[in-house]
Design a binder for this molecule. Structure first.
Ligand code: 6PG
Length: 410
C-alpha cells in the first residue's frame, strides 16, 4: 500500500515493525530516521539498505538503541537488475533483530548455485556496511582492470567489436557479471558510432572506494589495488590538465606491443586474484579489530550471485576461504598465480615500454614482488628513521624483539 504520510504508514504495520529504508546515503538517512522516530515503538527494527559509511551505521545503531529501536545496516548490491531479480544482501546488527527480518531478506535475496539465499548475518554493528564497502572496492578494481584490458586490446589494433569478441571468448575461463556487461557496452552503437567513444572519459564515484581506501590505510592493510583503482578514477577527472600534459609526454613508441591475447588473459587473471586476496584480507583484519567474527567463505558465497562482483572466481573462493583466510598460502591459488606470473610480467613490461596506462595491473605484480620476499628493504627505512628521529629498530638476530638505537654519526 502506498502512503503519503509517515504516521499512517508506520501505524499500518504489525509490531515489532520492520522498516527498510532505501534512500540516499548520508544526511537523508538521518532525516528519515528522525521523521519515523516519533511514531516508532520499543523493539521496532529499522534497516538501512543504502551505501552508508560503516562508522555512521555504528553511530546510528548506538543512537537508536538509546531509544529502544533496533537498527540493521544492510549492504545491498546488484544495481537495478538486483532490485528486480534479487540482490546480494549483507545485513549486520544484533542476531535477534536479524532473525526477526531474516525471512523477508532471504526471500528477496538472489540465490546461489545451491539455491541458498545470497544473504547472511554478517556480524554486529557496522560490519554489513563495511563488507559492502569492500565489495565496492573490489568492484572498482575489477572495473579498472577491464578498462586496462580494453586499452591494451585497442593499442593492439582491435576495434571495439573485435575487443568485444575477444572478451566473449574469455567467458569460458573468466566469466563475471562485469565482463558480461563490458561486452554489451563495447557493442552498443548510437547514431552509427560506438556509444563508448562518445562518453566523456572522466570517471565519477559516490564515495565507497574512497572509504575503502581510508579503511585500508587506517587498518594498516596493503590493499593497494583498491587505492590504485580509486586513484585511476581521480586521475581521469583532470581532463584539461591531462590534455595539456599529453602534448608534452605523448608516446613516441609507435611499435606494436608484444602481447598475445592468451598472455593478456593470464595477466588479467593474475591481477584479479591479487585484487580478491587483498579485499578479503582487509575484511579479515577489520573482523579481528572489531571482533565481528566474519566468515570469509560465507562472504564469498553471498557474492556469487545478485551482486556486481559475482564471478566464477568468486565461486572458487568459497572453497578456498573454507580452508584458509590467507589465499596466498592455498595450493590452488599459489598454482594459479605461478602459472600466470610470466604473463603479467611481460604484459606490464610491454605496456610500460609503450606508455600504456595500466596502474592496477602493474600494482598487482608490484604487490606480489614486494610481499613475497624473505628480506625486504624495510631495514633501510628503519635505519633512516632511527638516524633522523631516534625511532629505534629491532635486530634480526635478537628474538626478544628488543628495540635498539644507534648514534649514526659516531
Ligand atoms: C552495487 C554497486 C552500487 C553502486 C556503487 C557505485 O553493488 O550495486 O556497488 O552500490 O553502483 O555504489 O559506486 P560509484 O558511484 O562510487 O562507482
Amino acid at each position: 500500500s502506498p502512503f503519503d504520510n509517515v504516521e499512517s504508514f508506520v501505524k499500518s504495520l504489525q509490531r515489532p515493525r520492520k522498516i527498510m529504508l532505501m534512500v540516499n546515503a548520508g544526511k537523508t538517512i538521518d532525516a528519515v530516521i528522525e521523521d519515523l522516530l516519533p511514531f516508532l515503538s520499543k523493539d521496532d527494527i529499522l534497516i538501512d539498505g543504502g551505501n552508508s559509511n560503516y562508522l555512521k551505521t555504528q553511530e546510528r545503531a548506538d543512537y537508536l538503541r538509546s531509544k529502544n529501536i533496533n537498527f540493521i545496516g544492510a549492504g545491498v548490491s546488484g544495481g537495478e537488475a538486483g532490485a528486480l531479480k534479487g540482490p546480494s544482501i549483507m545485513p549486520s546488527g544484533t542476531i535477534e533483530s536479524y532473525k526477526a527480518v531474516q525471512p523477508f531478506l532471504e526471500a528477496i535475496a538472489a540465490k546461489d548455485q545451491n539455491n541458498l539465499p545470497c544473504c547472511t548475518h554478517i556480524g554486529t554493528g557496522g560490519s554489513g556496511h563495511f563488507v559492502k564497502m569492500v565489495h565496492n572496492g573490489i568492484e572498482y578494481v575489477e572495473m579498472q582492470l577491464l578498462a586496462e584490458v580494453c586499452t591494451i586490446l585497442s593499442r593492439l589494433g582491435n576495434n571495439l567489436d573485435e575487443i568485444a569478441r575477444i572478451l566473449e571468448s574469455w567467458k569460458t575461463t573468466v566469466d563475471s557479471y562485469l565482463l558480461e556487461i563490458t561486452i554489451e557496452i563495447l557493442r552498443k552503437k548510437e547514431g552509427g558510432d560506438w556509444l563508448i567513444n562518445k562518453i566523456m572519459d572522466k570517471a565519477g564515484n559516490k564515495g565507497t572506494g574512497n572509504w575503502a581506501t581510508i579503511a585500508t590505510a587506517e587498518l594498516g592493510m596493503p590493499s593497494t589495488m583498491i587505492a590504485s583503482a580509486l586513484f585511476a578514477r581521480y586521475v581521469s577527472f583532470f581532463k584539461e590538465e591531462r590534455v595539456a600534459a599529453s602534448k608534452h609526454f605523448e608516446s613516441q613508441n609507435k611499435s606494436q606491443p608484444k602481447i598475445t591475447n592468451t598472455e593478456l588473459l593470464k595477466a588479467y587473471q593474475f591481477a584479479r586474484i591479487i585484487n580478491h586476496h587483498q579485499g578479503f584480507k582487509l575484511m579479515q583484519k577489520a573482523s579481528e579489530k572489531m571482533q565481528w567474527n566474519l566468515n570469509l567463505s560465507e562472504l564469498a558465497r553471498i557474492w556469487t550471485n545478485g551482486c556486481i562482483v559475482k564471478s566464477d572466481l568468486m565461486t572458487e573462493l568459497v572453497a578456498v576461504f573454507k580452508k584458509t583466510n590467507n589465499a596466498l598460502t592455498e595450493d590452488s591459488v599459489v598454482k594459479e598465480l605461478r602459472a600466470r606470473k610470466e604473463a603479467i610480467k611481460s604484459v606490464v613490461s610491454e605496456c610500460i615500454l609503450h606508455d600504456l596506462p595500466i596502474s592496477s595491473m602493474s600494482e598487482s605484480i608490484n604487490f606480489l614482488n614486494s610481499f613475497a620476499v624473505e628480506n625486504s628493504s624495510a631495514n633501510l627505512i628503519q635505519a633512516q628513521r632511527d638516524y633522523f628521529g631516534a625511532h629505534t629498530y629491532q635486530k634480526r638476530d635478537d628474538p626478544s624483539g628488543k628495540y635498539y638505537h644507534t648514534d649514526w654519526k659516531n
